[in-house]
Unconditional design. Structure first.
Length: 442
């Protein structure tokens, strides 16, 4: 993610740099003029903010064709989130630079102030509107960022507020189109800006039209609802014709209530070809806490998917495997193990660590033990907090039949993943491939 965003920002900066070096006129002829510096900073921060916002808008459409490039829809959402955060950061800088004119006048006076070339008549009127829209957008973006990062803010309300982002983006596109320097449109940066406006605007219209994932949606009905214990609800759904099937470990967006909207859940089982999907849903928020009481067999529902690249075929490459599941992060591994029941000879040499608070009451331990009993190559290790056990990097180092540079597949709390990564580096195991399901959609 960091490499991609860094490369994207560098590309935008390069396009701006080419324009700056080839520019003629007042800005180019006065490089040391504080007003020229302000103009450069204004265009760079504005371009950076709009480019990142355009990227976030395009990724919001859940482009399934880009999953392999990014490593899964979960990672696309991470890039979407951080592109939005960085866009707001650049927007704040853009706003501060815009406010710097009074400071420059105080320190250096009006001498050297650059004329603005945005045309006259109708263009000038449109420019005034664009400026007002841009100022409003700054405040709206800051408010959205606060609500997004404030995890206690109710998801249901946040979801409706977030739906306003396409409208806000179109306002920013108008702002960028009419306030960009006129000489931009004859430079590579103008081509880039035009492409960003087009791509982001098309994405915005798709989102506003409710067309996200339209070709991957299929209706269905809730077949059974069961309280599995420990705050986990098992929901089995039978889907209509049109379901394309799923690979073990993938997830889908399930809608049980149109007002509540779609929520992502891992499909906790292998595809048997009967159009049934099973979700193991942990009570982690207001919506999921009351799900078992609200859902009844026979209730219509909708699924969009499948998505994700945390799937079994990728893991069967012959290398030594370490699978790590924390809490409800066990669900993709349940699907993996179920799929391997029909082909146990394809199982790699696996040490599977399942970290739980209380092994005696955990709803998945018995199921995992039964599945692993049929797979001699998979060694299950249940790490229980009730027994004062803790999963650390040293645990992985000291595993039975340890080899060099294993391939690690992790799904669980982000804090545990961070701790294990740091610990592995300290123990000289930083060369191990660490695949992590980044299951955060907000």
């Amino acid at each position: 993610m960091k490499r991609f965003l860094s490369a994207f920002i560098a590309l935008v900066g390069l396009a701006w740099g080419v324009e700056m070096l080839s520019a003629t006129g007042a800005v180019a002829s006065a490089p040391g003029n504080p007003w020229a510096v302000r103009e450069h900073a204004l265009t760079l921060t504005g371009l950076g903010s709009f480019a990142l916002m355009s990227l976030a808008m395009v990724l919001a459409t859940r482009p399934a064709r880009l999953e392999r490039f990014f490593g899964g829809m979960d990672r696309i959402y991470r890039v979407h989130k951080w592109a939005g955060i960085l866009a707001v950061g650049f927007a704040v800088l853009h706003w501060l630079v815009e406010l710097s004119d009074d400071l420059i006048k105080t320190l250096w006076g009006r001498e050297g102030r650059l004329p603005k070339d945005h045309g006259g008549g109708l263009l000038e009127a449109m420019r005034d509107v664009a400026e007002e829209l841009g100022e409003f957008a700054i405040y709206a973006l800051l408010a959205m960022l606060v609500l997004t990062l404030w995890k206690r803010f109710p998801f249901r309300i946040w979801r409706y507020v977030h739906k306003g982002m396409p409208v806000l983006y179109l306002a920013l596109a108008f702002h960028a189109a009419f306030l960009a320097p006129l000489d931009y449109w004859t430079q590579p940066v103008g081509v880039l800006l035009a492409g960003l406006i087009a791509a982001g605007s098309v994405a915005s219209v798709r989102v506003l039209g409710g067309r996200i994932g339209q070709d991957r949606r299929v209706g269905g009905v809730v077949e059974s609802v069961r309280d599995a214990g420990a705050g986990v609800t098992e929901v089995v759904c039978r889907l209509d014709e049109g379901w394309r099937g799923h690979r073990p470990g993938q997830f889908a967006f399930a809608t049980f209530d149109r007002l509540e909207g779609a929520h992502p859940f891992t499909i906790a089982g292998a595809d048997r070809g009967d159009r049934r999907v099973r979700f193991q849903i942990k009570a982690l928020g207001d919506y999921t806490r009351g799900l078992a009481q609200r859902l009844q067999p026979g209730r219509p529902m909708q699924v969009e998917g499948p998505y994700g690249c945390f799937d079994l075929p990728q893991s069967l490459d012959g290398r030594e495997q370490i699978w790590i599941a924390g809490g409800i992060g066990v669900t993709p591994f349940l699907a993996w193990l179920e799929a391997l029941q029909a082909r146990p000879e394809q199982a790699s040499d696996v040490d599977f660590y399942y970290s739980v608070r209380e092994h005696a009451t955990d709803p998945f331990v018995a199921r995992l033990q039964a599945l692993c009993a049929n797979l001699p190559a998979v060694r299950l290790h249940v790490i229980s907090g009730a027994r004062n056990e803790r999963l650390t990097a040293a645990t992985l180092r000291d595993r039975p039949r340890a080899g060099a540079a294993p391939e690690i597949w992790f799904c669980g709390p982000r804090g545990l993943a961070t701790s294990l990564r740091k610990g592995l580096r300290r123990l000289g195991m930083g060369g191990a491939s660490f695949h992590q399901e980044a299951f955060e959609m907000r």
